[in-house]
Design a protein around this ligand. Structure first.
Ligand code: DAH
Length: 343
């Protein structure tokens, strides 16, 4: 059925495109067929409803249709431009066709959708909480009172003259953990399975730190949640994202907002866990995790006597760099086509 729909869509699109008389008309057709609300996008959204064995086939057909429509649009655009300047109006069918350069989504965008897809399969809903945040959500409510030394880790940008008597100073959000409190407030009660992916900011810059970066934060609060669920979830993610050979371990650590807290390691992508100069005895650090601290549950409006939950927070660029063995985060923000075209 989808095949027919795609075939009709393609035929009709091509007819309309080659009949377009102005660039404005072409642009309208582009939005109609390829835009976010367009038919193709609607179909893409529905792919996950199809039986697994059909998804690949339909996905490929959709991509092919999209490509054909894009090519028709740029070819019609060219011919309209030539019509506008008659002196250039020539057509030599022996000249080999010109392929317009075609870009693709940026690596980080691709990583975000891949990570989202992995967690959506196990019931996590994606949210994006504010990039400009109040002190309460970024620190105080996460069990880091004013002047607590733990705050130093977050090398925060403060926003001058923006202060709320209730929530404190405004900051550029230094981590996605603030989303934990916001999600608890939003839902008011379990079950909670949140994936918060948002931009974060810290005063830092070197090969592995950028002043703006993305984190993804998971939060699960449901009856009977314990560490085995956390470990199982991390293991699931790592195997899906890095491949089935990867192992995960959790190591005791300290965060103010989880108790107990862990750092999470994955077996090294370079040496496969034997030990090399890139890793620490076969392990690479991925990020933090832990069981949500009772004070955080309370601050989010939940009863810590009744509820337990786990949380984890990792850098999007960090997992991406580990997957492709990229050794400098700045490459991801540099817009160097030689680098980007490798992916
Ligand atoms: N927010 C922490 C950071 O930016 C990472 C983190 C640690 C998130 C432990 C968590 C957690 O949810 O449980 O360094």
């Amino acid at each position: 059925m989808e095949q027919n729909r795609l075939q009709n869509l393609k035929n009709q699109a091509i007819l309309n495109i080659f009949e377009a008389k102005t660039e404005q008309e072409l642009e309208e057709l582009r939005v109609e067929y390829l835009g976010r609300q367009g038919e193709l996008s609607q179909l893409i959204k529905k792919i996950s409803l199809l039986p697994v064995e059909k998804r690949k086939q339909i996905g490929e057909l959709i991509n092919e249709t999209k490509k054909i429509i894009q090519e028709a649009i740029s070819s019609q655009k060219k011919s309209l431009q030539h019509q506008l300047s008659p002196q250039e109006d020539w057509f030599d069918i022996t000249v080999p066709g010109e392929r317009p350069p075609q870009g693709h989504l940026h690596l980080i965008t691709l990583a975000i959708s891949e990570i989202t897809g992995i967690f959506e399969k196990i019931g996590f809903g994606k949210v994006a909480y504010p990039e400009v945040e109040w002190d309460w959500y970024a620190f105080e409510g996460l069990n880091m009172p004013q002047n607590h030394p733990a705050r130093d880790e977050w090398e925060t940008f403060f926003i001058k003259d923006l202060f709320s008597p209730q929530y404190g100073q405004a900051v550029l959000t230094p981590h996605t953990s603030s989303g934990q409190l916001r999600e608890m407030e939003r839902l008011g009660q379990p079950p909670i399975r949140m994936l918060n992916i948002a931009k974060c900011y810290r005063r830092q810059i070197d090969a592995s730190h950028a002043p703006m970066f993305y984190q993804f934060e998971g939060l699960v609060v449901e009856p009977g949640i314990n560490i085995t669920h956390l470990k199982g979830t991390l293991d699931y993610f790592v195997k899906q994202y890095f491949g089935p050979q990867r192992e995960v371990r959790i190591r005791p650590f300290h965060f103010q907002f989880t108790e107990p807290s862990f750092e999470v390691d994955v077996t090294c992508i370079v040496c496969g866990g034997r030990g090399c100069r890139v890793c620490k005895q076969g392990w690479m650090e991925l990020g933090g995790a832990g069981m949500v601290h009772p004070a955080v549950l309370k601050n989010g409006g939940l009863d810590p006597q009744k509820h337990t939950g786990f949380a984890f927070g990792w850098g999007v660029e960090r997992v991406l760099m580990m997957k492709y063995k990229i050794d400098d985060i700045r490459l991801l923000f540099g817009s160097d086509l030689k680098f980007l075209e490798q992916f």
